[in-house]
Design a protein around this ligand. Sequence first.
Ligand SMILES: N=c1c2ncn([C@@H]3O[C@H](COP(=O)(O)OP(=O)(O)OP(=O)(O)O)[C@@H](O)[C@H]3O)c2ncn1[C@@H]1O[C@H](COP(=O)(O)O)[C@@H](O)[C@H]1O
Length: 107
Amino acid sequence: MSDDQSSAADRVSDEPVLDELFAIIEERRDTLPEGSYTASLFTHEKGENAVLEKLGEESTELVLAAKDDDREELLHESADIVYHLLVLLAMKDADVGDLRAELRERR
Ligand SMILES: N=c1c2ncn([C@@H]3O[C@H](COP(=O)(O)OP(=O)(O)OP(=O)(O)O)[C@@H](O)[C@H]3O)c2ncn1[C@@H]1O[C@H](COP(=O)(O)O)[C@@H](O)[C@H]1O
């Protein structure tokens, strides 16, 4: 780990960024505003298959970024995956609280 990278324990934060993102995703799902990429994923315009395809593509890109030791690309693809994963949860009657509970159970 480089000097400018703190340990995982140091970087534990209660900043609710995932909860905020999930709330925005739910709001887009429920109101379907014009011009919203997120809203388009909840319509026939794109739909579930588009989300699953994105997750597949981004997983491959994540693997390639890791193999290339490309830290910037690794973080970019990770963020894309987390976003599309949260969209998928919102499609499947699950939410970020369920994900948190699942992770807690494994500790
Ligand atoms: N976090 C995201 C987010 N991550 C990715 N994306 C979109 O997901 C798509 C990803 O497709 P691609 O991977 O093909 O895009 P890319 O990253 O340019 O391409 P690659 O280099 O990865 O191949 C792009 O259109 C991105 O804009 C996102 N779109 C929205 N959000 C969040 O959702 C909120 C609501 O945004 P709207 O969708 O505009 O309502 C925003 O405020 C953001 O917080």
